[in-house]
Write a new protein. Structure first.
Length: 124
């Protein structure tokens, strides 16, 4: 009987049942049942780490966009508080504009609230 004839024919019942058994270490292998349990535990740990990595990837909080931040847009703020809130936003999101305004910030009447709002609307 040729090799092709053996692969072309139907698989015997004994060969099929033998192929369905779990992959196990040989009984004479070092560790025996303990090695099987350790291998299963290692696979479970790797799977848990992968699942945790995926969960972390999909549940990381994204920083909100600037336009969604209601603080400087709140009507209840006084002009001074609104100025401070807008300057904080400029410092965080447009540091070059903030540094340009900071040079004139403490001069009386040098930087108006409208100018800060205009810069924040344009750059933030």
């Amino acid at each position: 009987m040729s090799e092709d004839a053996a692969t072309d024919g139907a698989m015997s019942e004994a060969a099929m049942l033998a192929s369905l058994h779990d992959i196990r270490l040989p009984a004479s292998a070092a560790g025996g049942a303990f090695a099987d349990v350790a291998a299963a535990g290692a696979i479970a740990c790797v799977a848990a780490i992968l699942v945790l990595g995926l969960l972390r990837l999909f549940t990381v909080r994204r920083s909100r966009g600037l336009s969604e931040d209601p603080l400087p847009l709140a009507n209840g703020l006084t002009d001074a508080d609104r100025r401070v809130a807008l300057l904080h936003r400029l410092k965080r999101f447009a540091p070059d504009i903030f540094s340009r305004l900071r040079a004139r910030l403490y001069r009386p009447g040098a930087v108006t609230l409208e100018e800060i709002e205009r810069e924040a609307a344009r750059h933030v």
